[in-house]
Design a protein around this ligand. Sequence first.
Ligand SMILES: Nc1ncnc2c1ncn2[C@@H]1O[C@H](COP(=O)(O)OP(=O)(O)OP(=O)(O)O)[C@@H](O)[C@H]1O
Ligand SMILES: Nc1ncnc2c1ncn2[C@@H]1O[C@H](COP(=O)(O)OP(=O)(O)OP(=O)(O)O)[C@@H](O)[C@H]1O
Ligand SMILES: [Mg+2]
Ligand SMILES: [Mg+2]
Lengths: 227, 227
Amino acid sequence: MIEVSNLSKLYWTGLIEVKALRDVSIMMGDGEYVSIMGPSGSGKSTLMNLLGCLDTPSSGSYRLDGQEVSALNDDGLARIRNRKIGFVFQTFNLLPRLTSIANVELPMIYSGLNRKDRKEKAIAALEKVGLADRMLHRPNELSGGQTQRVAIARALVNNPSIILADEPTGNLDRETGRDIINLFQKLNLEFGVTLIIVTHDMEVGRSSKRLIQLVDGRLVKDEKVDT
Amino acid sequence: MIEVSNLSKLYWTGLIEVKALRDVSIMMGDGEYVSIMGPSGSGKSTLMNLLGCLDTPSSGSYRLDGQEVSALNDDGLARIRNRKIGFVFQTFNLLPRLTSIANVELPMIYSGLNRKDRKEKAIAALEKVGLADRMLHRPNELSGGQTQRVAIARALVNNPSIILADEPTGNLDRETGRDIINLFQKLNLEFGVTLIIVTHDMEVGRSSKRLIQLVDGRLVKDEKVDT
Ligand SMILES: Nc1ncnc2c1ncn2[C@@H]1O[C@H](COP(=O)(O)OP(=O)(O)OP(=O)(O)O)[C@@H](O)[C@H]1O
Ligand SMILES: Nc1ncnc2c1ncn2[C@@H]1O[C@H](COP(=O)(O)OP(=O)(O)OP(=O)(O)O)[C@@H](O)[C@H]1O
Ligand SMILES: [Mg+2]
Ligand SMILES: [Mg+2]
């Protein structure tokens, strides 16, 4: 359950204030499948960082499963992120010195699983994105789309109840992109995972159930997708 | 004039050999406008790095304006890159501690221009990609698509005769992506700049004059685009 109310985020660069998000309000139930679209610089990643508990708002309220997130300290935020949320970053954010499999294992470090189980789950996640044969490659030994898919595998490996994916197909060819979207849809339909996907791709937007549009930091549209 | 003959690139990860490019041969005249497409991992960025003199092949020949590039040392490669080529990286590769304007000025450091002229040209390049109002922002203060556009501005600023752009619209909404492609087309039509663009976007591919397809490191198709 996601309840966002009048959420705003301001940045200061020198003396200039950038209103990245302005009074955004959204209600989302469990198991929803929402895509967020809008022009470059309209605030999509900023909103994702707030939803993903990676940052706190300048004003407004964000309740996740009844808990007010903007009131939490760093430890509280970290705990929610680890337990509930799988995040695919727009710029992948893999650790450059670790192999693919080590990068995918990372979210499980505090899960209490032993080494063998973490390894099995990491391999299974890499297989889901078609990269089991690249598990020993480091990020600089992977193509752009392969790096993106390792980031996706890492987001799935802890079986999160919410997946936040910031442009997960931006570096993928059409066919690989469709495989990834089918994978996400399967998680949503079979396991009730809540999906929030930022995308520039109309095809990805149309495969979701609800479409939210941002322009200049404001929410300008929030509609069901007609199938 | 680009003459690629039986170009191959092998990578070694541990004991495993990855044939990233296999016997690729291409001839390109000045002022051509070519797009390169193909599945994730098919060798597009590898080919771009070889064409951009950022790397040397494992075998085969690459002659740029009559000069055998694979025979050059690092200094020779650096000189060609600086004089002739503007490169837009798939992962932008901006310097994180520099502002947008400083990042865009970087290629001009060895051009002999004074500080005032470099600054003017950098601002003009940022205006072309719609980001003059972000010139003092650093990369972590920019959206994904803004970072991509700063990388594009940096590639243009030295007026190169060849632009190599590796997925230049991957993080841009449709409209901003079209602005960028129009900008590239203008450079090609008005100034005869040779354009080589890797893309996953059919619309970008269709706006070029020639389409090359890679699959598994091989060139499988090389055709004119019917308009
Ligand atoms: N740390 C920061 N400091 C200052 N300004 C910032 C910062 N982060 C983002 N911005 C600005 O806030 C605005 C929104 O950025 P955001 O990354 O949310 O856009 P976006 O919708 O994800 O764009 P894109 O589609 O290009 O990825 C942009 O204009 C950007 O320049
Ligand atoms: N430094 C490296 N060491 C080992 N393997 C590498 C290295 N760089 C690339 N590869 C491998 O070479 C192949 C081609 O990579 P390349 O980056 O050229 O693909 P691409 O066509 O650009 O893919 P994408 O569309 O995903 O960006 C991939 O299978 C990749 O894993
Ligand atoms: Mg973004
Ligand atoms: Mg690539």
